[in-house]
Design a protein around this ligand. Structure first.
Ligand code: PLP
Length: 200
């Protein structure tokens, strides 16, 4: 059995809670906003040289430059426009970062991600552009059982020959692991309930 990477989601968490998790040895963190992540992690980069920061929130292509400069993994590639902007910046900055394609498995209007039927087309575009696609990522609808969404992501990834699945959060990471998750993104179960629990 392969191991599962914990991505500790530090968005909107107080500094002391993040410091405690760093002290415990965790080095892989997830943030969903570029500016908030810059403020927190740019100073900490000097102290911890083996940090791996994952961008797990929606990215606008006009912020690709900042995102490529700060993050180590981009989990939310969901359009050709964004993929092209990221590839352009990665070349300019000489930072060829691993990326995930986000799939909107519930086809929710308000949510980022490519529709499942369009995942292959985006994958082909990314591959042709030279972007290093490493796996698929999803956020199931909050009001549904996640199982069919995790199963769908797993099936899509197999079909595309992608080895990594970023799926599972505090409430459902155990289920996600049963469906083959390789990267679980856990926030509140690790740090405590966020003070400002906005839905993303
Ligand atoms: C906030 C967030 C998480 C973590 O959520 P928890 O329920 O606190 O574990 C995981 N993934 C994404 C994309 C998020 O925005």
């Amino acid at each position: 059995m392969s191991s599962v990477q914990l991505v500790a989601v530090s968005k909107m968490q107080p500094d002391d809670a993040v410091a405690a998790v760093l002290d415990a040895g965790q080095r892989v963190f997830g943030e969903n906003r570029v500016q908030e992540a810059q403020a927190r992690w740019q100073p900490l980069r000097a102290k911890y040289d083996n940090l791996k920061l994952h961008l797990i929130g929606h990215l606008q292509s006009n912020k690709a430059k900042e995102a490529v400069a700060l993050f180590d993994v981009i989990e939310t590639v969901d359009s050709e426009k964004l993929a092209a902007a990221l590839q352009n910046e990665m070349e300019k900055q000489n930072r060829p970062l691993p990326c995930f394609i986000q799939v909107n498995t519930g086809e929710e209007e308000q949510k980022g991600g490519v529709a499942p039927r369009d995942a292959e087309k985006l994958m082909t575009f990314c591959r042709d552009a030279g972007l290093n696609i490493y796996g698929l990522m999803c956020i199931p609808p909050v009001d549904e059982i996640p199982d069919p969404h995790f199963a769908l992501l797993n099936k899509l990834a197999k079909g595309l020959g992608l080895p990594n699945l970023s799926m599972g959060m505090s409430a459902d990471f155990d289920t996600a692991i049963r469906y083959g998750s390789t990267h679980i993104r856990v926030g509140s179960a690790l740090f405590g309930i966020r003070e400002n629990t906005k839905s993303e």
